[in-house]
Ligand binder design. Structure first.
Ligand code: HEM
Length: 505
């Protein structure tokens, strides 16, 4: 005990400033027992409560800094982005085959090249506008599917998000039922979400465990990683091969993959990176959009008054003879505020993706050693009563001018993360908050506007009892509302006619 204490003292003496405050931990093992396995956002928020907006733990020599306020996150990750834009190595995700996915790439050339590709297909107002007709057509098809089988709502949400993204990434038109690429990607993404939960895998804490042979007792994670590798490899390669085949046949529609392949011979390394670049659009975009749109349906089930207000606005502005489109977006302020509130009320990436600091830093008087992982507790930032009073209430009015009261912060400046690693497709949080500049934001808005125009969403009644679902986000780095039931019925005969119109405009 004394020896360990003295060794610790020697090291602490060298520190140019104290670490940020945090749970005290134990000699040798540090805070290993404090690391939360499930729903880390809640434990992290607790640390925020106890220790302030910036807290620190150390797990076997790995320093972890947790940020619980937007101000701190902006000051550190955005203002000092040249220092804070690396990613930690995720040994478990790496073992499972994900090392070349943009969210995990170290700060460097591959990272920059990938970001440029994303920016090219969806990083500007003009680039996003190109995708609007596709979003409108696919969302109209979504309405048709819901109308026929409303009980399969969540399947339709997944199918539609996949259809939109696969068109953008690979120019691939999904099959109406059981599409193999969607099925494959969903399986891989579900694995990814579980593979990257902070602190969930021993090998992430002790990376040398990666060398343990698979037959060793306790090495079940190696077998799992091997199985995941097969799925990942197929998810990345199969749609890319599809694009190559289509290009060879001269019938490939424009997509991110086709633009990377067009008119050049790629080296094996370039080919590999292009394949991953296109796959990352799907990997980063599909599951997140699905979670947000499901959250929209849950919010409408739980907050009927909000739904009625949005419908009244759509009825007044768009009228009964057509569906809303992106051209109406600026004339529908309540629907706009509602889409923002969806992104706030349910944090799809509750603890973001960790950043890694590239050099020693002293921040606000605290020592942040090189290599520390920085975790932004985005969930708390979106539910912080200091920023959003009554945060569990779904209230679009937060974002609407009312009696000269100050508007609450646009959640799009928070939910997509910070600094140079901000969600791909945008360059900074200001840009992410400009109308329809983000693909997810556009998808949430058009799904909400079109669905509310023609459907009433309400609680289901089973055996005479009304079922009230709860917002109970599941664990995982991408968080979905727990599966719930709701009733989705056309609002009128006129609405049915609109749904049934041709969707191939
Ligand atoms: C509601 C939907 C979404 C939310 C809430 C969300 C949120 C986030 C967050 C918090 C990060 C981490 C940022 C950071 O490190 O500070 C991130 C990264 C990323 N997102 Fe999203 N995202 C969403 C949709 C999308 C979509 C539609 C795409 C693709 C089209 C996408 C692609 C990515 C990629 C590739 C990264 C990694 C960027 C990097 O490491 O440089 N996301 N996202």
């Amino acid at each position: 005990g004394v020896g360990v204490y003295l060794v610790k003292q020697m090291f602490t003496k060298k520190n140019p400033a104290p670490y940020p405050p945090g749970p005290p931990g134990w000699p040798l093992i540090g805070n290993i027992l404090d690391m939360p396995h499930a729903k880390p956002r809640l434990a992290f928020a607790e640390w925020g409560n106890k220790y302030g907006d910036i807290s620190h733990v150390e797990v076997l020599g790995q320093h972890i800094i947790v940020l619980n306020s937007v101000k701190t996150a902006m000051k550190m990750l955005d203002k000092k982005s040249s220092l804070y834009s690396d990613r930690p190595v995720f040994p478990m995700a790496k073992l499972a085959g994900w090392k070349d996915a943009l969210p995990l790439l170290p700060y460097g050339d591959h990272f920059r090249w990938n970001r440029k590709n994303f920016h090219h297909v969806m990083g500007s107002r003009t680039a996003m506008k190109v995708h609007h007709p596709l979003e409108e057509i696919e969302t109209h098809r979504f309405l048709k599917r819901i109308h026929v089988t409303p009980e399969e709502l969540m399947k339709h949400v997944r199918h539609t998000a996949g259809a939109i993204i696969l068109r953008i990434s690979h120019g691939y038109e999904v099959k109406e039922n059981d599409d193999p690429f969607i099925e494959l990607a969903d399986r891989a993404l579900d694995q990814f979400s579980r593979l990257t939960i902070p602190g969930a895998w021993m090998v992430d804490i002790i990376p040398s465990l990666a060398k343990v042979p698979e037959w060793c007792p306790g090495a079940g994670f190696k077998r799992l990683a091997r199985e995941c590798n097969v799925t990942v490899e197929e998810m990345v390669s199969a749609p890319y091969q599809f694009v190559k085949d289509q290009m060879a046949a001269g019938i490939a529609p424009k997509s991110l993959a086709s633009s990377l392949l067009e008119g050049r011979t790629l080296s094996a390394e370039e080919d590999h990176m292009s394949k991953w670049s296109a796959a990352t659009v799907y990997a980063g975009g599909a599951d997140t959009t699905v979670a947000s749109i499901n959250a929209f349906f849950l919010a409408m089930t739980l907050f009927p008054d909000v739904q009625k207000k949005a419908q009244a606005e759509i009825d007044a502005v768009v009228g009964p003879d057509r569906l809303p489109s992106f051209a109406d977006r600026d004339s529908l302020p309540y629907a706009e505020a509602l889409a923002k509130e969806v992104l706030r009320w349910h944090a799809v990436r509750p603890t973001g993706v960790p950043h890694r600091v590239m050099e020693d830093d002293i921040h606000d008087g605290y020592y942040i050693p090189k290599g520390s992982q920085i975790i932004a507790n985005i969930w708390f930032m979106l539910n912080d009563p200091r920023t959003y009073p009554n945060p569990s209430e779904f209230k679009p009015e937060r974002f609407l001018a009312n009696d000269g009261k100050e508007l609450e912060t646009d959640p799009r400046t928070i939910c997509f993360g910070f600094g140079r690693r901000i969600c791909a497709g945008t360059r900074n949080s200001q840009e992410a908050s400009i109308n329809s500049l983000h693909l997810a934001d556009a998808s949430v808005w058009i799904s909400a506007a079109m669905s509310l125009a023609v459907f009433d969403i309400s609680k289901v009644v089973e055996n005479g009892v009304e079922i009230t679902p709860k917002l109970d986000p599941a664990s995982g780095t991408i968080s979905h509302p727990k599966p719930f039931k709701c009733s989705v019925k056309p609002r009128s005969a006129k609405a049915v006619a609109l749904i049934q119109q041709d969707a191939n405009y």
